[in-house]
Design a protein around this ligand. Structure first.
Ligand SMILES: Cc1ncc(COP(=O)(O)O)c(C=O)c1O
Length: 390
């Protein structure tokens, strides 16, 4: 099974393709789905084998976070990220969106605020708002082809009501891979302002050649008593539909707070999700991820070359993630004009930049975790749709 094998996901209860028409007005019959962050190819063979074995066994009764599961997570963090964790630091959530919502629930009250650095994964702000908390936006600064932090400016935006800082590393969108120095500064900023740091590292495995991801726990080990680390196999292995993520909490007090809440909610992990993660975080899984990274890097290079050939359109060079972040500012068109053309002429469902908060106004996000032929098709459609700019 290659990453380039055509896979028709339509009519398979697939949010990305089966909801593109109601959500974005692009028909799956002749359109392309390049919005939500999952991949159009099958997961690793070792994960599929584990699911097949479970299906052949045929009994889908209650499971639990057994030893092999927590050991596989600890093994992955150690071998892929150089991070030593204890197995009992791991708490399983129903994915990381759920993990963020739980953090808001446990460590803030209605009317409190949470700080985020924008542009950032749109659900950060939505989760804060849905919980009845207030979003404090701290914009990242655009510098050439990337984003940098301005913590002085961020400081001036805090209202004093922030209880949490929800941080994305690597950054979605833009793929920015933060340096250890930047991570330390963010961690210190959170502590100085009395905010618990929620470090969402869901994209940590999808980092391209020439860039090194540093776990927050290694950059700022002195702050583990003020940090909750969120990780998952979901993006890395394209198993997000299993709704299984991990909170890694080194501090016993913080962990006790969260465990209590999970007990109150009677949260228990999906047995199949646990099976899949145990299989994924293995040497076979690691080999598959390395192959996937080469595929994604090729897609990124192809996409950038094709999109950047359109005058006024600029794709930010991705250091990580498969989420192409494309700026249309220099086309001279309004965001609505750009959006209309992508929807009606190119017929591509993409994630609108403004939903990622301040700094996203002139952007669109394109999901590149797909077959090469779909990336090529998208480039052709975009070049035709914006042909008058040539
Ligand atoms: C930074 C980030 N956090 C969390 C999520 C959501 O994760 P889950 O599917 O586990 O809820 C995403 C999905 O795109 C994401 O990009």
């Amino acid at each position: 099974m290659s990453f380039n094998t055509a896979t028709d996901r339509r009519n398979t209860n697939c949010a990305k393709w089966d909801l593109m028409e109601p959500l974005f007005g692009v028909s799956p019959k002749d359109g392309l789905a390049m919005w939500t962050a999952d991949s159009d190819y099958a997961t690793a063979p070792c994960v599929i084998d584990a699911v097949k074995a479970a299906a052949e066994h045929g009994v889908f009764g209650y499971g639990f976070e057994y030893d092999a599961y927590t050991a596989s997570i600890a093994w992955w963090m150690k071998t892929r990220h150089g991070w030593t964790i204890e197995k009992d630091w791991i708490l399983t959530t129903q994915g990381l969106g759920n993990g963020i919502a739980l953090c808001l629930d446990v460590w803030s009250d209605a009317g409190d605020a949470a700080a985020i650095f924008t542009p950032v994964y749109h659900e950060f702000a939505l989760k804060v708002q849905k919980a009845g908390r207030v979003v404090t936006e701290c914009p990242l600064v655009r510098q050439d082809d990337t984003y940098i932090l301005d913590l002085e400016d961020a400081q001036s935006r805090l209202t004093g009501k922030e209880k949490l800082l929800i941080w994305c590393s690597p950054q979605n969108p833009s793929g920015r891979v933060w340096t250890a120095e930047e991570l330390r500064a963010v961690s210190a900023f959170a502590r100085k302002n009395g905010m618990l740091l929620i470090s969402d590292e869901i994209h940590h495995d999808l980092v391209f050649e020439g860039n090194t991801f540093v776990p927050m726990a290694l950059a700022a080990p002195h702050d583990i008593d003020n940090t909750v680390y969120l990780t998952a196999a979901s993006k890395t292995f394209n198993i997000a539909g299993q709704r299984t993520g991990n909170m890694i909490i080194a501090d016993a007090n913080l962990r006790a707070d969260m465990r209590k809440r999970l007990n109150t909610l009677d949260y228990k992990p999906s047995a199949l999700g646990v099976t899949m993660i145990t299989a994924a975080y293995s040497p076979e899984g690691a080999t598959w991820v390395d192959a996937q990274l080469k595929h994604l890097q090729n897609n990124r290079d192809l996409f950038d070359a094709g999109i950047n050939a359109i005058p006024g359109v600029k794709s930010m060079p991705l250091q990580s993630t498969y989420l192409g972040w494309v700026d249309f500012a220099d086309t001279g068109m309004t965001q609505k004009e750009v959006a209309d053309r992508i929807r009606d002429v190119a017929k591509i469902a993409v994630s609108p930049g403004p939903t990622f908060g301040t700094g996203g106004e002139t952007f669109m996000r394109f999901n590149l975790a797909t077959q090469k032929s779909i990336v090529e098709d998208a480039i052709t459609r975009m070049q035709k749709a914006f042909a008058d700019l040539q």
